[in-house]
Ligand binder design. Structure first.
Ligand code: IVH
Length: 706
């Protein structure tokens, strides 16, 4: 590319960027990822920098977004809606700060605001005498589209500015301006986006690649009735032209907008100290996984409007602000193949093999496709370009195909009729989306998965056994169930690749040692559907032995606080099955613990009547250790957050819905230090770990097919 004629290359790049701009901003249906777009833009910028004579006035490097479409009447923005310069790491942000200080003078006292950069689309709302008279999209920054009727359907956009209450009247801001333009972002929350995509897929419509496109597509509908049916939200972050009031800073603006009834992001902050602002930005990167909406970065702004004016704008980007972009979590790649995996309960899951692609610093080669319905509803074909998303610890998954990039060679995929491991027929129970291999006791793939699960760290924690060893045992016919692990001998393991006498002795010792694991971990290791550490703990506490658990009725199980009917039914069904009963008996016969150890005496009552839910990775203890600690002090741990939950104990990367649920219900969120403070024993885990607790992790790393 570099040896190409720069002038020709610039023409090519401009054309490509125009096309992609149009697809993104006008059609709301991009066909390349942001990273690919950014790379094209960077290349064009570099050419224009070294060959300024090649710059044309309408180069994509000079413009914001895309042109307004013909679908709506056009609106000229009285003051251009700008874009933001991007920084991709801390160094970029520090460089920005240095430039600001250079321009304003090193000694200038500056405040900075930090606001999340929610990924939606920018709009401008004009209020005259306090009433909403017009709403427009950003368009190319100069000319947008009149989408007033559609914007009026969004509940969080006030149709009239709230008059200041008497309590506010002391504030100089608390008066309705003669006119004001409020700017902000229309966006869709993640759960709403997923539901919308499910609905679209079910009716055979094209799914949106991400919440941003979903929001843009929903807003830019000819029929406001469709917009009204889409769960759009708005938050305000700036003002355009206004008169009749005085505003001196971004922070003041946000407070005023809040008074007028606009949703303001509750996480916006002002800092006098740049270093503190940086710390806050870094925290944001961590929090990204627990938010109910997609953020693609944080925006740092110089607070004072006087300073903003002094700094001015270059091209389309103000010098007084920068977007610190987070690593992308979504990209495009090519779907090379769909392979199916057999899980421990026989569930067959299709997985995508994709052209390796960098996603947020990690090379992704495989991605989940969920199930066959997902593939068919979204019409995902082998050979398609697809949108791939990876958020937090979640396994990357395919969102959908980029239909407009098809060349006709793509192949429709079909679920195989038989199990790829054992050849048994696959079945699909009525009402279930999963296909299963029904050869429960004879399918080698299922047994391998069951062994992997049984030995995993959250279960029997047998070091030295992983996929490779499990395959060896099964393929050599050494075991026909997990209990057979306990009758393996050195002779059996002789041919295990890479294993000398010492390693074999260690392996057998690890197996032997695992017989002493507490009852709850043996319960986990059985791999009963819906039974993780919390439920296993409750079952072990309530019944105390396999004998009692196997004799329990479904009602007795259901009666346990923290266990619902679905779980109770799954547990009861498991223990009704003669094959499972025989397995439990066999485990007991080989010496695996089948009774709970005598309960440790309580160590305190600080947590009596308190219920906890645990989520995420704690820094100094496993989740199970935390659960033991809580019960040692009289508290209880349950699996899901409700109004009755006293605390959510949250570690890093909590993911899932527990965190958001807790925030929604106003359940206090504690970290590990907070828990220890409640107990009043900062060293609690120190003496706890001297007892037999060796569960540093949950079986979370494994693929569950519940
Ligand atoms: S300020 C000149 N603040 O990011 C400043 N923008 O790439 C213009 N955005 O067009 C925008 N959150 O769509 C600003 N807190 C925030 C924002 C934000 C999201 C979007 C907005 C803007 C784009 C710039």
């Amino acid at each position: 590319m570099s040896n190409e004629n720069p002038s020709e290359r610039a023409v090519q790049l401009r054309e490509q960027l125009w096309t992609h701009n149009y697809r993104y901003h006008v059609m709301d249906d991009p066909i390349i990822s942001d990273a690919e777009y950014d790379a094209l833009m960077r290349e064009l910028r570099a050419i224009e920098e070294s060959h300024p004579e090649l710059i044309v006035p309408d180069s994509p490097t000079r413009r914001v977004g895309g042109a307004a479409s013909d679908k709506f009447a056009k609106v000229r923005h009285p003051v251009a809606m700008l874009s933001l310069g991007n920084g991709f790491d801390e160094t970029d942000v520090r460089t920005w700060r240095e430039r600001v200080f250079r321009l304003l003078g090193e000694a200038t006292a500056l405040s900075f605001t930090v606001e999340p950069k929610i990924d939606g689309l920018a709009i401008a709302l004009t209020y005259e005498q306090g009433r909403l008279v017009r709403g427009a999209t950003r368009g190319d920054g100069e000319i947008g589209e009149d989408v007033t009727a559609n914007l009026r359907t969004i509940a969080s956009i006030p149709l009239a500015l709230h008059a200041p209450t008497s309590g506010d009247s002391a504030s100089p801001l608390a008066q309705i301006p003669a006119s004001i333009e409020v700017r902000g972002e229309v966006y869709m929350r993640l759960d709403a986006f997923e539901q919308l995509n499910k609905r679209l897929a079910a009716t055979g419509e094209r799914v949106a690649a991400n919440p941003r496109n979903a929001a843009a597509g929903s807003l830019r509908q000819k029929d406001p009735g469709i917009t009204a049916a889409r769960p759009l939200r708005f938050f305000a972050y700036a003002v355009g032209p206004f008169n009749g009031i005085e505003l001196r800073s971004q922070w003041e603006t946000l407070q005023m907008l809040r008074q007028f009834g606009f949703p303001i992001n509750r996480d916006a902050r002002r800092f006098e100290d740049f270093e503190q602002a940086i710390v806050y930005c870094r925290e944001w990167m961590q929090r990204r996984n627990v938010l109910e909406y997609e953020v693609d970065g944080v925006v740092l702004k110089i607070d004072s409007f006087a300073h903003q004016r002094e700094l001015g704008v270059v091209g389309r980007d103000p010098r007084w602000a920068i977007a610190w972009k987070f690593p992308a979590r979504e990209t495009t790649s090519r779907l090379l193949e769909i392979v199916v995996n057999v899980g421990r309960t026989g569930v067959i899951t299709p997985n995508a093999v994709i052209e390796p692609v960098n996603l947020g610093g990690v090379t992704v080669r495989n991605a989940s496709l969920h199930n066959a319905d997902y593939i068919h509803e979204r019409d995902i074909r082998v050979g398609d370009y697809v949108t791939v998303k990876r958020a937090g610890d979640v396994i990357p998954h395919i969102i959908g195909p980029i239909v407009d990039r098809r060349d006709g060679s793509e192949q429709i995929w079909h679920m195989p009729a038989t199990c790829p491991a054992c050849g048994a027929a696959l079945e699909r129970a009525a009402g279930e989306s999963a296909y299963r291999c029904i050869n429960v006791s004879g399918c080698p793939a299922q047994l391998i998965r069951r062994v992997e699960y049984f030995v995993s760290r959250g279960a029997m924690d047998i070091a030295g056994i992983g996929e490779k060893q499990a395959e060896f045992f099964v393929e050599h016919g050494l075991i026909s169930d997990v209990a057979d692990l306990y009758v393996l001998t050195a002779e059996h393991l002789r041919d295990l690749d890479g294993y000398g006498a010492k390693k074999i002795t260690n392996l057998l010792a690890a197996i032997e040692q695992s017989k002493q694991r507490p009852l709850m971990r043996v319960i986990i290791a059985l791999g009963i559907r819906f039974v993780g550490e919390v439920v296993a703990q409750l079952l072990a506490q309530r019944f105390g032995s396999f004998e009692a658990l196997m004799a329990a009725t479904e009602e007795q199980i259901d009666d346990i606080d923290g266990i619902g009917p679905e779980i109770a039914s799954s547990v009861a069904a498991y223990f009704r099955d003669p094959v499972n009963r025989a397995l439990v008996a066999k485990l007991a016969a080989v010496g695996v613990r089948s009774e709970a150890a005598a309960a440790a005496p309580p160590r305190g009552e600080q947590l009596t009547n308190k219920t906890f839910v645990i989520t995420g990775t704690l820094p100094g203890m496993s989740r199970e250790q935390a659960a033991e600690l809580i019960s040692a002090y009289g508290g209880k741990v349950t699996g899901s957050v409700t109004k009755k939950t006293s605390y959510l104990l949250a570690g890093s990367d909590p993911g899932g819905t527990k965190y958001t649920k807790a925030v929604e219900l106003g359940v206090p969120v504690l970290d590990e230090a907070g828990l220890l403070a409640l107990i009043g024993a900062p060293s609690a885990i120190g003496d706890l770990s001297s007892r037999e607790i060796q569960l540093p992790d949950t079986p979370g790393q494994m693929t569950f097919d519940v």
